[in-house]
Design a protein around this ligand. Structure first.
Ligand code: ZN
Length: 116
């Protein structure tokens, strides 16, 4: 199992479950990184070209965000959490306080606690 990383889990959770609070540009960057990661995972040049057509390669702002994706992703997540602190709650384990997979999760994949 991968190691717990609070920063990474917060990023994953907030981007996944509170996407309504991110800007269009931020969501575009996330989408572009998704396609670019897939492109880098394949050896087929045709598939790479197809995937890279799914985002605007001529948008310098977008490329900049993609090149600084880990920082960009954390920064956007922090802004969203500050701006919407009243609307965002993080579902945490009652035993180990680590972040659970989803807002509805009733078990912890980190320590195995289960409160069904
Ligand atoms: Zn736990």
């Amino acid at each position: 199992m991968r190691e717990y990383n609070e920063e990474e889990e917060l990023n994953r959770y907030v981007w996944e479950f509170f996407s309504q609070f991110f800007t269009t540009k931020e969501l575009e960057a996330q989408r572009a990184v998704h396609f670019e990661t897939k492109a880098q995972d394949t050896d087929s040049e045709a598939t790479q070209r197809m995937l890279r057509k799914k985002y605007d390669q001529n948008n310098p702002e977008l490329i900049e965000a993609m090149n600084n994706w880990p920082q960009f992703r954390s920064k956007a997540r922090k802004r969203v959490m500050e701006k919407h602190s009243g609307e965002i709650s993080i579902n945490r384990c009652q035993d180990c306080s680590r972040i659970l997979r989803t807002p509805e999760a009733l078990q912890c994949l980190w320590c195995g606690a289960d409160w069904h």
